[in-house]
Design a protein around this ligand. Structure first.
Ligand code: GLY
Length: 342
């Protein structure tokens, strides 16, 4: 293993602190980490993930269906039952090996299995590395919306092996880039000119700092949801349609970021130059800022009203002269106008 190429970032949460390890060729290290701490391990992974772990302890692999369908209470029930049959106990370990879907689901199973079991995330997608695997938000979806049932349950460690990104499909890469673009607006940093390792590590560092200061999203952690209110709505609509038309999470967030920029502009919070910067940043990541032609503009509004952050009113993370902030009670007619202009 090339020690030079490994960066470790701590998520500082007192006794629940943990390391996020970013580098190449980390799987051997994952086995060392596990075998020095646990006797029995359940690996939760997903169809079509071309990676597996060679573990030197008693372990079994549980494979869940592909795409967002795995994030359901039915799958939680199925996987938990299989863990019980396998004989997994509270002092054993769950490993979530995969992208955001697997780490969200695996983390949720871990948080409820035996009222809370240790887990680690081994992220194999860019989105997982820069966002989903870090920070302890776990969830599954309901028909009524994404991530409506979940928990805050921190992993014991997160491993981001950049070699796994070499097999990542293009749309999954763009999904990660959507979240990376988000960090440019949160931190006013640019990742340009950095190596992939530096870029991933920088995003993790920004996220770790927000999580450490506001673990349960009482305040500033909500800013990490920039672009997500419309993003989730578009993503959910795509999911209800045929798979060919679906947008990945990060691609939908990219549209949501531009929407949030336009809304902030319409509300007089930012000027035209800053709105233009939104478009330019998204394009620099190769992301589309427009709504897909199949989007049903009217039902997007209804979906956004049900967003977890909204508490009954239309709530968005919006840019302004002093940076991003959560803005409540945004006028419905204004939101409608901006959706129709997208
Ligand atoms: N993905 C946003 C968060 O973890 O807070």
């Amino acid at each position: 293993m090339n020690q030079e190429a490994i960066v470790t970032i701590e998520v500082s949460l007192g006794e629940r602190s943990y390391a996020v390890v970013v580098g190449r060729g980390l799987f051997e290290y994952v086995d060392q980490y596990i075998s020095s701490r646990y006797e029995k391990v359940a690996v939760i992974t997903q169809e079509e993930i071309p990676w597996s772990l060679q573990l030197s302890v008693d372990s079994e692999v549980f494979t869940v269906p592909k795409d967002e369908r795995a994030k359901s209470l039915r799958v939680v029930d199925e996987v938990s039952s299989k863990l019980a049959l396998f004989g997994l106990k509270r002092n054993h370990l769950i490993v979530a090996l995969g992208g955001g879907v697997v780490t969200d689901l695996g983390g949720f199973v871990a948080s409820t299995y035996y009222r809370g079991t240790d887990y680690i995330n081994v992220a194999t997608t860019l989105l997982g590395m820069v966002d989903a695997a870090v920070g302890g938000k776990t969830a599954v979806n309901l028909r009524q919306g994404k991530n409506l049932v979940g928990s805050f349950w921190q992993p014991k460690a997160v491993f981001c092996d950049l070699n796994t990104l070499e097999t990542l499909p293009e749309n999954q890469k763009r999904s990660g880039l959507g979240e990376m673009a988000k960090y440019s607006f949160i931190s006013h940093d640019t990742l340009e000119g950095m190596s992939l390792l530096e870029q991933v590590a920088r995003c993790v560092e920004i996220k770790a700092e927000y999580v450490a200061s506001d673990e349960r999203e009482g305040g500033r952690r909500a800013l990490l949801n920039y672009g997500h209110t419309l993003g989730h709505a578009v993503e959910a609509q795509g999911f209800e349609r045929s798979l060919g038309e679906q947008l990945t999470h990060g691609e939908a967030v990219a549209v949501g970021i531009y929407f949030a920029g336009k809304l902030a502009f319409k509300m007089g919070r930012i000027d035209e130059a800053r709105l233009d910067e939104h478009r330019k940043v998204l394009h620099s990541y190769g992301l589309n800022h427009r709504l897909p032609s199949w989007a049903d503009k009217d039902s997007l509004l209804e979906y956004m009203k049900r967003d977890k952050k909204s508490m009954g009113t239309l709530t968005f993370v919006l840019d302004g002269r002093d940076g991003l902030e959560v803005v409540r009670d945004v006028e419905e007619s204004m939101v409608k106008d901006v959706i129709h202009e997208l």
